[in-house]
Design a binder for this molecule. Structure first.
Ligand code: NAP
Length: 289
């Protein structure tokens, strides 16, 4: 269900993730209305990390808008790993639930990766189980992680060709940097990764037709580090005194880049939209069985 934005409609150079996400949500709602069943998403949250609680309530709001059933399984911070695993296993066998996510972070007493990998791959709405990450690695993308999926859609909305382009990912986390690099590679970009041991960051980033900044260091990427005309995707979010700040020096870089995502209003809304899209795909696949 690709939805492309005409850059002329959204103002020069700015990739409006909020608007693209709105179009995707609306399309999902339209599709859900035609279904004879209700897709269901379950969130397992352990503890009460305030940021996680906001993310979870946003997910519930999004589900309500598109017509999904959603349930939040809030477990106390002192819940045992066994209890969390049992909860996930119960959801794995629940027919009304088609997508499951384990909200991170979990308390130190629990191993996040173990919990995530208890989710049945066919219900893995975040695409973070080893099975789904493995499928991504061998270019058989099934359910892909939400933020990388959103980034690809943002790039596609510009009309810039990924195939043959030179893409540079600053950041190599398993959640964002590494999987988005693999998705770009699967689409035939030439990909490099930068990280804390990269010797000359700017000489790498200056070569990028597509530059992904997924670091968490405010305004690390400055205008002199960007190739004129590049597509710049700013994933970073740091909470500063005057609001959210990205990894890119937005005001200066937007004078050099061909396209750029703002923070907020770029990658964040698309991450939320991709969770809905993943859940719908999983629900449809389970109905077909
Ligand atoms: P992470 O796990 O902390 O990874 C950060 C990466 O940046 C690491 O690979 C690290 O390198 C690299 N790095 C750190 N400092 C660097 C520097 N000075 N130069 C070059 N590379 C550097 O973070 P993450 O989970 O990927 O998230 C990255 C940012 O995206 C955060 O701000 C996070 O809040 C944000 N985020 C946003 C969304 C969204 O939906 N908008 C979703 C997820 C994350 P090493 O590997 O060498 O340590």
């Amino acid at each position: 269900m690709p939805v492309a934005l005409d850059p002329d409609d959204i103002g020069a150079k700015i990739i409006d993730g909020k608007e693209l996400a709105r179009l995707i949500r609306r399309e999902i709602r339209r599709q859900v209305r035609k279904l004879k069943f209700t897709p269901g998403l379950a969130v397992v949250q352990v503890g009460d990390d305030p940021a996680s609680t906001v993310y979870v309530s946003n997910k519930e709001k999004d589900c309500k808008y598109v017509g999904f059933h959603s349930e939040v399984h809030q477990m106390p911070a002192e819940a045992s790993q066994t209890a969390v695993i049992e909860q996930i296993q119960m959801l794995n066998s629940c027919k009304d639930i088609h997508g499951i996510i384990a909200q991170m972070p979990v308390p130190d007493s629990i191993d996040g990766d173990t919990i995530i990998n208890e989710i049945a791959p066919e219900k893995d709405a975040d695409g973070l189980t080893l099975v789904n990450l493995g499928n991504l690695l061998i270019n058989r993308e099934q359910t892909v992680p939400c933020t990388p999926a959103g980034i690809i859609r943002l790039i596609e909305s510009t009309g810039v060709r990924i195939e043959g382009s030179r893409a540079v990912c600053v950041g190599r986390s398993s959640l964002v940097g590494k999987p988005v690099g693999l998705m770009l590679l699967n689409r035939n970009a030439t990909v490099s990764y930068c990280h804390t041991r990269t010797r000359e960051l700017s000489s790498e980033t200056q070569q990028a037709d597509i530059l992904i900044a997924a670091v968490g260091r405010p305004e690390l990427v400055t205008a002199d580090m960007v190739k004129p005309g590049a597509v710049v995707i700013d994933v970073g979010i740091t909470i500063a005194e005057n609001g959210f700040v990205g990894d890119v020096d937005y005001e200066d870089v937007k004078e050099v880049a061909g396209f750029i995502t703002p923070v907020p209003g770029g990658v964040g809304p698309m991450t939320r939209a991709m969770l809905l899209e993943n859940t719908l795909k999983l629900a449809l696949a389970q109905q077909e069985k």
